[in-house]
Design a protein around this ligand. Structure first.
Ligand SMILES: Cc1ncc(COP(=O)(O)O)c(C=O)c1O
Length: 441
């Protein structure tokens, strides 16, 4: 029998994407949160420069969301959405559909970004099969793409470390080159000027595999997890045109760019390119209850439904697809977004954010700064032979000085709640600047 753990025993929880050995020797815990700040168990305040994990866009502890969850838990804890339903899930879907680009008005609920990615890929495959093109089984992702950790998202994703450990991936997957061109685009504000031609690699994959074998291309409009890669001007337009030319579906993974991060409801709107599907999660409930979704063009939905014989049309779903607490949280969150015009707030403060981020130019080891919407990526030169070490030390220094940043390797990625104000921005970049200076060696 296992021993009953001591209070404060950290051993049983196998932490995700964590250096468990380091963390458990040097724990950093967050116990409370409100507005722009976390609090540690000792009561120390930590300014949230990352909206949790790109997800608490409306700020923490929003009363309207908390109360909606509490109310719903007391009314209906759970109801299946397989062959049944409950009122809030339909309202939540309609509210999401009101925010997505015109035409993407069918919404499939899931519980996470990973599930959204796998669901979108399955919809693409089912769509082609429904239209008699079942040979379109190839899925195209992009280097440095992140689409979560399910087998679909992992395979289409382009992060070597996330794939190498597992060996077996989906077959029939290929990748476009990433769009990071620091030699041409360093210190870009907004969309970088160079790199639209990188979309033409899709024509290369079409030539290699045959368009009639390719079901879909999935990309993040702005790649977040691999260090803030903003799409070059014209790149997404070109990808869209090539997909259209060859009957390939284009999926935008908007798990981080959705819900105001780029100053619009979805990144598609800001970037002026409409995909065939959008995957989303995180900000949909302000992260108060796990939820994700796929918004699908009506024609894709209709093709799958029409082609099915009577009965279930799409053999996919999760027990918690559209869970009542998540639906309640989503409705309250989207109402807050509307009432407080959070995308508008993000747009209004973006110039100040951009200026503050680019003020770090010239600090030791800062090789690039990228900004778009309320996102910033600050790339640091790695220490020779010890990649990632400088980034980790900067993260720890910032945290110990009361500011939460995120690092991926030696890139600092920032994405504050959209309620951020000027003093928070000054504090965030002031602390980061001091940490970068302190790690100059
Ligand atoms: C673009 C993108 N897609 C998918 C995911 C995976 O989401 P989740 O961790 O909710 O499964 C993430 C998470 O950061 C993400 O940034």
């Amino acid at each position: 029998m296992n021993e009953i753990p001591r209070p404060n025993d950290l051993s049983a929880f196998w932490m995700p994407f964590t250096d468990n050995r380091y963390f458990k020797a040097n724990p950093r815990l967050l116990a409370r949160a409100e507005g722009m700040h976390y609090r540690t168990p000792e009561g120390r305040e930590v300014l949230d420069g990352t909206a949790g994990l790109w997800c608490c866009n409306a700020g923490h502890g929003r009363r309207e969301i908390t109360e909606a969850i509490q109310r719903q838990a007391a009314i209906l804890d759970f109801a299946p959405t397989f062959q049944l339903g409950h009122p809030l899930v339909f309202e939540a879907a309609a509210r999401v559909a009101a925010l997505t680009p015109p035409g993407l008005d069918r919404v499939f609920f899931v519980n996470s970004g990973s599930e959204a990615a796998d669901t979108a890929l399955k919809i693409a495959l089912a769509y082609h099969r429904a239209r008699g093109e079942g040979q379109r089984v190839r899925l195209i992702g992009r280097e440095r793409g992140y689409h979560g950790v399910g087998f679909g998202g992992m395979s289409v994703g382009g992060i070597p470390a996330n794939r190498r450990q597992f060996g077996a991936h989906l077959p029939h997957v290929d990748h476009l080159p990433h769009t990071h061109l620091p030699e041409l685009n360093a210190f870009s504000r907004g969309q970088p000027a160079h790199g639209a031609h990188l979309a033409d690699a899709l024509e290369g994959l079409v030539a290699l595999h045959g368009a009639d074998t390719i079901a879909a291309v999935m990309v993040e409009p702005v790649a977040g997890s691999t260090g803030v890669l903003v799409p070059p001007l014209g790149y997404l337009e070109r990808l869209r045109a090539i997909c259209d030319r060859h009957g390939i579906l284009l999926i935008f993974d908007e798990v981080i760019t959705g819900f105001g991060r780029l100053g619009t409801a979805f990144g598609a709107e800001r970037l002026g390119v409409v995909p065939d599907m959008i995957t989303m999660a995180k900000g949909i409930t302000n992260a108060a209850v796990p939820m994700g979704a796929v918004a699908v063009k009506r024609g894709i939905h209709d093709a799958i439904v029409a082609a099915a014989p009577a009965g279930i049309e799409f053999f996919h779903g999760y027990t918690y697809s559209g869970h009542p607490l998540a639906a309640a949280a989503a409705i309250a969150t989207l109402e807050l977004h509307r009432a407080e015009d959070l995308p508008g707030r993000a747009r209004a403060i973006e110039p100040l954010w951009e200026e503050a981020a680019h003020s770090l130019r010239g600090l030791p080891n800062v090789t690039d700064i990228r900004t778009f919407g309320l996102i910033a990526g600050i790339e640091l030169a790695p220490r020779p032979g010890r990649p990632g070490e400088r980034g980790q030390q900067v993260f720890r220094r910032c945290f110990d000085s009361g500011v939460l940043v995120r690092v991926t390797g030696d890139i600092v990625a920032l994405s504050p709640p959209l309620i951020v104000e000027e003093p928070h921005i000054q504090r965030l970049f002031g602390t980061l600047s001091a940490a970068i200076r302190a790690e100059a060696d």
